[in-house]
Design a protein around this ligand. Structure first.
Ligand code: DLZ
Length: 234
């Protein structure tokens, strides 16, 4: 909106071309660019399109954990639906999807750590929405959450998907949490791909202290349970 307005004003001042013709030319140009080059990453709320491709993923033996926030409940629920579609496309059984919630994004890293150490899942998808406000909360929380989740996955060797939208406004959230650009779908597939990678790296086992990397001291921290579907909070 802002770009369009200032561009029109500048061209009006130059009096070189009628503004309507220029606007039409701009949209024609955008269409051509989208077809031949791909979409631009601008502030119209676009740039929401997926830019990653996935091969055939067989997640039929994968157990996936979803930890979602109750903050921004509507958008997060849409993203979780997208995640489940992505998992379904990778043949993950409904029974193998564990879901729980935390209040806000700030709580995601610790909950991810608990779930990872339970030894009950092959990969975890964290899901939340952070919207920039008038204070510094956005910067503090976004930074802490992204670093926290990276730490958890490195320390525990459990893939953690960063399914947290960090947006300027509601329209950016909507563009990224509704079809056809619901980012959840990619997050589901990412979890399966990384879960399979982990299993392969562990020597074909789904985690546990005796698995491949664990045997050479690279398995991260010891899980609380070695069995899937273990007791306790998870
Ligand atoms: C406090 C807060 C604010 C202002 N905004 C968001 C948000 O946009 N998205 C989100 O997931 N959580 C938000 N929170 C809550 C914090 O993440 C956290 O739950 C509280 O600070 C308690 O630790």
């Amino acid at each position: 909106m802002h770009i369009q307005k200032s561009r029109t004003q500048t061209l009006n001042a130059n009096q070189a071309t009628p503004p309507n013709a220029l606007i039409h030319f701009y949209f024609f140009f955008c269409t051509l660019r989208n077809v031949f080059v791909g979409p631009a990453n601008n502030s119209f709320g676009q740039g929401a399109e997926s830019e990653v491709s996935f091969g055939e993923l067989d997640g039929s033996a994968m157990r996936i954990g979803i930890i979602r926030t109750r903050w921004n409940d509507e958008a997060v629920s849409r993203l979780v639906s997208g995640i489940k579609e992505g998992l379904k496309e990778c043949k993950v059984a409904e029974d193998n999807i564990f879901e729980t919630s935390v209040p806000g994004s700030f709580e995601l890293p610790l909950a991810a750590r608990f779930l990872s150490l339970s030894g009950t899942v092959d990969a975890i998808i964290t899901c939340g929405v952070l919207i920039k406000g008038d204070t510094y909360h956005f910067e503090y929380i976004a930074d802490a959450v992204s670093k926290g989740l990276m730490n958890v996955q490195i320390q525990t060797s459990t893939p953690i998907v960063f399914g947290v939208l960090t947006c300027e406004n509601e329209s950016q959230v909507k563009a990224r949490s509704t079809d056809p650009n619901n980012h959840g779908r990619d997050w589901g597939k990412t979890a399966v791909e990384m879960g399979l990678l982990r299993t392969e790296a562990m020597g074909g086992k789904s985690g546990g202290k005796d698995a491949g990397l664990g045997a050479v001291g690279l398995g991260g921290e010891k899980p609380i349970n070695d069995k899937k579907g273990g007791s306790g909070f998870f």
